[in-house]
Design a protein around this ligand. Structure first.
Ligand code: NAD
Ligand code: MG
Length: 379
């Protein structure tokens, strides 16, 4: 799911390197139909889905000579993951759009290799409960969660606490008064990772780190105060786990998503995934510092939402999606992103025990309110 994106393309690199191990059954994209067609010709899946229905004819025509079914629309995304030939669903969609396909995959008993953290931010309680009921594994692709998962492998004792590392993003050293004037281009320039646009902006505001705290709670069954965040500008230590005896395990490596993607796909086996190996002598200094919660208030807001529970994280996510798109579209300033999120959170009614329909409604409500706030800020 999302094969044309940053994680999707790197997932196909792994498949390309191990043709005897993996078979692609379905590929999906939102709008990048030409790349989707190219991927389909190379990997010969049973089906492809183009989410934007207006592009269906283009894909259908381009694949006319191939034995590949072509579907379009959001409902098709949730349907293809349930196919009998599917063992594992790699969810590399971005945003709320990934939530229903995750739920659908888990309900169909498919192993879920999860990059789309928004699935768990929005509906972590529900998705984890459905997975537990059916004994369906959810394997994290997000590098921090893969690191924690790797540290926990083979342990019988539970974690006392996890420490999620954060690069700090492009504005780690930017003084507060300069954040107002930050441009889209500056915010898209992540120091260590090359990723899709939305997560790159989320990394710069630390919304991404907040979402990772929420994701960690659901994946590993932790309480919010068992999850700490430390800034680690080198992005070498991908995250850590502390145990009751005081031992701390960490997973280290060069910043390259191929490793966590392959680990999720081949768990529990490892194997060469082609990346650059870490040389300590080239990286002799690893440093750690606290997050500045004055310049980066969104991490604290994410903890608040997590503690409040209900639909709060879903609302934060919806508001953030609108705020980020509006910033990327030049409608609001960089520092307005936090404002849009905070204001939206005060205005969407709280739902303590949301159903899937409640999540859908909260998502729509938070987007509508966030869009209203954006329109006011614009003037
Ligand atoms: P991206 O923007 O590069 O790719 C997103 C993919 O999803 C594309 O194939 C796009 O066509 C598809 N898509 C987008 N919106 C859609 C919609 N509404 N309906 C259907 N398909 C849609 O994003 P990415 O950087 O690959 O990130 C994917 C997910 O992985 C995100 O949740 C992100 O937070 C997470 N993640 C990414 C990285 C990374 O290194 N890129 C690291 C950790 C986690
Ligand atoms: Mg991450």
């Amino acid at each position: 799911m999302g094969s044309t994106g940053s994680i999707g393309r790197q997932t196909l690199d792994i498949v390309r390197n191990r043709p005897d191990e993996f078979e692609v059954t379905t590929l999906t994209a939102a709008r990048s139909w030409e790349l989707l067609v190219e991927q389909a010709k190379e990997f010969q899946p049973d089906s492809v889905v183009i989410a934007d229905k207006s592009l269906y004819a283009n894909v259908k025509e381009a694949l006319a000579g191939e034995p590949i079914k072509v579907f379009a629309g959001d409902e098709a995304l949730s349907q293809v993951v349930t196919g009998s030939e599917v063992d594992t669903v790699v969810n590399a969609l971005v945003g709320y759009a990934g939530m229903l396909p995750s739920l659908s995959a888990v309900r169909a008993g498919k192993r879920l290799a999860l990059a789309n953290k928004e699935s768990l931010v929005v509906a972590g309680e529900l998705i984890m409960a459905e997975a537990a009921k059916r004994n369906v594994p959810i394997l994290p692709i997000d590098s921090e969660h893969s690191a924690i998962f790797q540290c926990l492998a083979g342990e019988v004792s539970p974690a006392r606490r996890v420490i999620i590392t954060a690069s700090g993003g492009p504005f780690l050293r930017t003084p507060a008064e300069q954040l107002a004037g930050v441009t889209v281009e500056q915010a898209l320039r992540h120091p260590n990772w090359s990723m899709g646009a939305k997560i790159t902006i989320d990394s710069s505001t630390l919304v991404n780190k907040g979402f990772e705290v929420i994701e960690a709670k659901w994946l590993f069954g932790l309480q919010p105060d068992q999850i700490d965040v430390l800034v680690h500008p080198q992005s070498i230590v991908h995250s850590m786990v502390e145990f009751d005896d005081g031992a701390i395990k960490a997973q280290l490596g060069t910043p390259d998503m191929h490793l966590p993607i392959q680990y999720a796909l081949r768990f529990p086996d490892r194997g060469d995934c082609g990346g650059q190996r870490l040389d300590f002598l080239q990286n002799p200094t690893l440093t750690f510092e606290a997050v500045d919660d004055v310049r980066f208030p969104m991490l604290g807001v994410a903890y608040d939402c997590l503690r409040r529970g209900g639909n709060s994280c879903c609302v934060m996510n919806g508001a953030n999606e609108i705020a980020v798109a509006s910033f990327l579209g030049g409608q609001i300033k960089y520092i307005d992103i936090a404002d849009v999120i905070q204001q939206t959170l005060t205005r969407v009614p709280f739902v303590a025990h949301p159903t899937v329909d409640d999540y859908a409604a909260s998502n729509l409500a938070s987007r509508a309110i966030a869009a209203e706030i954006v329109a006011k800020l614009r003037r």
